[in-house]
Design a protein around this ligand. Sequence first.
Ligand code: HBI
Ligand code: FE
Length: 284
Amino acid sequence: MAVEPVVYGASERPPRGDYSRAQQDYTCAQDWASYTPADHDTYRRLVERQTALLPGLACDAFIEALPSLGVRDRIPRFEEINERLKPATGWEIVAVPGLIPERPFFDLLAHRRFPVTDWIRRPDEFDYVVEPDVFHDLFGHVPLLFNPVFADYVQRYGEGGLKAHELGAGELLSRLYWYTIEFGLIQQADGLRAYGAGILSSSGELRHSVTSPQPQRIALDLLRCMRTRYKIDDYQATYFVIDSFDQLFQMTAPDFAPLYAAVRSLGDLAADVTIASDSSITVG
Ligand code: HBI
Ligand code: FE
């Protein structure tokens, strides 16, 4: 039975991926033979441009792990990466046709299977593609899955997501995903750096998130984070900052149910709002 595609946000445009290829768990086989020379060239150019932007902006753990992605001059075969990833942290990447519903997504993460979209943007979408493509997922998300502490955090996030889904709190937990795994910043001894995949795979937002005076940056607090709505199609107005992946992992140990109740009683916050209890982090 074909699975229903998921379209991010309330947009009417059809999803890019071919969901008829997906199995019940939304995974499919990476259709590597279908990539054209232009697809491989797009990937090569994206990796080349983004790698040059990393020094001083991407966190050390990401820069150290990036070579584990392997080939840079063409789209890798996912099994090539899994040969290294599985022994490193027990994770494996699995191909999906694109965004998938939150429950199967959480279930994959809980089982150390990271969903990687297997299509790549067109050359005319070089600077921005609305849905995450194979470059965003491979370059943005996969390197840090080689980091043992971060890898444990992502699996615990998936387990928490399954519980949240049962409690109808998936949207609240997706804010934690958004403000850590996608757009998180980390305070290193030598300054602020990016660890979120949405930032690390963006040519513009990488420098902006770490250096611009425009957005606010506040120390990660789970309740504050889960109250905060996010923007899908613009630079973030707020970035949450951690001190270490250990801190992030420890923070998410307790049960989140009391947090969901507190979020509901205190209410949501717009992405650009500041409240008195915010512990703001300055750049530079
Ligand atoms: N599906 N393939 C894919 N990749 C994601 O990052 C993703 C998803 N579905 C839902 C989702 N992310 C977020 O809403 C999670 O926070 C649940
Ligand atoms: Fe992502």
